[in-house]
Design a protein around this ligand. Structure first.
Ligand code: FAD
Length: 293
């Protein structure tokens, strides 16, 4: 097997263009499992770990406004330690990924590249309205994260493209992530749910994991809350509204039966996660308002 190890982003794009059969590898926590179990035998590996640009993140604009650009090679551990205050939903999801070893190696770009419907970074990126920056020697383009995955393990990446970064605005309100697994740690999600509250825009955004062939949003559930939450008074959340929200999230799901859970269980569990996480973000929002302190 050939092994390519570019030392710059420019060289990585060149190598990718000249070797379309080479499989990119970042942390290797998905790729090496496939290779070790002989499920994948790529002609060449394109190791991206020596490309400094992929391991950087930056923020344009003000700390609370602006846009974060997170290099595809930033691992989960750094998302938690360095960006937890700006992207709390993504950090909560990152904390649930694998074990400390996996969180040190596994990257945001690798989670996107694997395009698993159960990838834990994807629901908070959907809820956060993120874009994926793709690049090749031909140039670069930005794709909304909801359009990036086209099916299980399938993406819009062209054969000569690499994932450069994720662009996302820092949270402007409370965010939550919750995941069901068959045990507490080192577990693939049976299903997962992320929610982001944007009080200034009176908006709620959602992200559902392991709920269909690709990660999904629940637009009807988002519209319900935009219209019916008590944005001005910030009164307590009614049980009825939380239940209707959970019901619409469950309806948006299109899950399958598999070894980890049945479609019926997943739909039910997503409704429960949605209700619970909504309660948490709304309580946090109320607590943040000076008159409720
Ligand atoms: C024990 C264990 C536990 C795990 N637990 C979880 C979990 O709880 N939640 C979860 O979501 N995942 C989990 N995973 C899966 C894995 O850790 C994640 O998907 C991780 O984000 C993959 O990142 P990586 O950098 O290791 O990717 P790699 O394995 O290096 O690559 C994954 C895919 O992305 C592609 N790729 C990587 N970087 C780029 C790039 N810049 N441009 C284009 N394509 C690229 C690769 O070609 C490959 O197809 C687990 C894996 C293991 C082994």
């Amino acid at each position: 097997m050939r092994f390519l190890r570019p030392r710059s982003w420019e060289q990585a794009l060149q190598d990718r263009a000249e070797n379309p059969g080479a499989l990119p590898v970042a942390g290797g926590t998905d790729v090496m499992v496939e290779v070790n179990f002989d499920r994948s035998r790529p002609a060449a590996l394109l190791d991206l770990t020596a490309v400094p640009e992929l391991a950087e993140w930056s923020q344009s604009g003000s700390r609370s406004g602006g846009t974060l650009r997170i290099g595809a090679g930033v691992p989960y551990g750094r998302l938690v330690a360095e960006l937890g205050d700006r992207l709390p939903g993504l950090a909560l999801a990152a904390r649930t990924v694998g074990s400390p070893q996996i969180r040190n190696r596994g990257t945001l770009g690798g989670n996107l590249g694997s395009a698993s419907p159960a990838g834990d970074a994807l629901p908070p990126l959907l809820a956060g309205g993120a874009e994926v920056e793709l690049a090749s020697v031909r140039g670069s383009r930005a794709v909304p994260v909801e359009q990036f995955c086209t099916g299980p393990k399938r993406t819009v990446l062209a054969p000569d493209e690499l994932i450069a970064a994720v662009r996302v605005a820092p949270a402007t309100g409370p965010e939550q992530f919750s995941k069901i697994g068959t045990r507490n740690a080192i577990v693939i999600a049976v299903c997962a749910f992320a929610v982001a509250l944007r009080p200034e825009q009176r908006q709620v955004r959602t992200g559902l994991g392991a709920a269909g062939p690709t990660p999904l949003r629940a637009p009807a559930a988002e519209e319900l809350l935009a219209a019916e939450l008590d944005w001005d008074g910030a009164g307590p959340l009614s049980d009825g509204l939380a239940r209707r929200f959970g019901g619409l999230v469950a309806e948006a799901a299109n899950p399958i039966d598999d070894v980890r859970g049945t479609a019926d269980y997943r739909r039910h569990a997503l409704g429960v996660l949605a209700r619970r996480t909504l309660t948490w973000v709304w309580d946090e929002h109320r607590g943040r308002r000076p008159e409720c302190a």
